[in-house]
Write a protein that binds this ligand. Sequence first.
Ligand code: BES
Ligand code: MN
Ligand code: ZN
Length: 498
Amino acid sequence: MKKLLNQSISSNKKLNFKKDKFQTLIIGVSEAKTLDGNLKVINEVSNGTIKKLISREEITGKIGNSVYLPAISGVKAEKSYFVGTGKKNKKISEVDYFKICQSISSAALASKSASVKIIIPEVSIENRDTSWTVEVLGRHLEASSYQYFFKGKKNQPKNVLKKVEIFMDSKKVGLSAALKKGQIIGAGSNFSKELANTPANICTPTHLANQARALSRTFSAVKTKVLGEKEMKKLGMDCLLSVGNGSVQESKLIIMNYAGGKKDEQPHIIVGKGITFDTGGISIKPSRAMDEMKYDMSGAASVLGTMRAIAELKPKKNIIGVIASAENMPSGTATKPGDVVSTMSGQTVEILNTDAEGRLVLCDALTYVERFKPASVIDIATLTGAVIVALGHEATGVMSNDQKLADKILSSGITSGDKAWQLPLWDEYQGGLKSRYADIANIGGSAGTITAACFLSRFTEKYKWAHLDIAGTAYGIGGQKVSSGRPVPLLSEYLLSA
Ligand code: BES
Ligand code: MN
Ligand code: ZN
């Protein structure tokens, strides 16, 4: 997905409110009663209008306070929005800053203008520098401009916002790089959203493979390799293949290799679950809300979105994105409960429930990536409904065999605002996967999310690994059936700082 906005930033630049014409102005106002920078100028040219509104406590500067004025005397703007940026000489929290960015983005879109100018003071945030604030704003603006997949003529969403110019009252210069970085991550997130929102009759394993191939055509630093069913069979990936047995769609293993580092440098790898539709298979799901199972490839979408961002940000590192993709359907050829299959690792699996299919495709992909001698491997999957019970739609569940890796992921979540929370992966939980007829069963135990991670842990002993369960965070936030583009911000942050 191409960038939706033309974004730019300049610092310490005074605008000419008397002369220049503006379509939409979005003006950040702190809680301080003294006005400075561009805001002071607006107050002067408007004969004290801003001061008046502040004294009447209409503009409060408080975070969440957003005031719309169709006209300000003396200022040639069609629309103006005043957005609260909180206390001036006190550091605010990251979460509060995300709220400010959300208010600014909402105003920009609500204005229905093609061009907006954003005038903001420098906001200081605990443990963060100005570049971080600019990056976050760039990302929010780009990400909130995304309008979902739509096929048809009626009510087609229309994007009008094209140009955003940010004017920051700050002495810092060179903020453009941070803005660009944020925008690229926002665009990666949008790419992920578009893939996830695409219905399953279009978004098949082959479609995902084609998207990966298209990515390497756009960014030559990414090399894509796609394995079909024949090739996977040769590698002994019977477990992955068993998931697609009931489908007419061919299963795919997609490998995207970004080589930005030295040849012998160990790569960081992300592996996404790409079930393009999960009916549950023979262990069929109830029909209520089954349409949401088109989102069961959100892990794969996040890998594509993150690889796109990485390809554009060009870090000097080696990063590999892998997608294990299949469609889980019931049919006369489908896998049945009780079937025993072998995995690429040599372990056998008794498939007691065909609806626990994510782990079946991931385990073979996780064995496959051993060949790259990875520095770290993170898998991303809409793996269990149970993670929604545990963490709701707020946090992604993290489980890992390496505490340092888990800590890095948790802190990347805080930095990006794309939060994650750790669940234990203690040996005590492994017992649930006992099988009478194979080395392991694909279900068992009572802690659903942890049990699924325990299953995967049997295939990841050779490297540092973490599992992200995104069933709660990838889509459905606020009850809306739309993709959130998560955890692209978290993954990008992790990979860039790893
Ligand atoms: N794709 C689902 C998990 C899921 C459920 C994602 C709800 C988003 C919303 C996964 O393949 C699945 O069906 N998991 C089962 C596992 C069970 C059979 C052990 C589940 O969570 O019920
Ligand atoms: Mn399932
Ligand atoms: Zn699934």
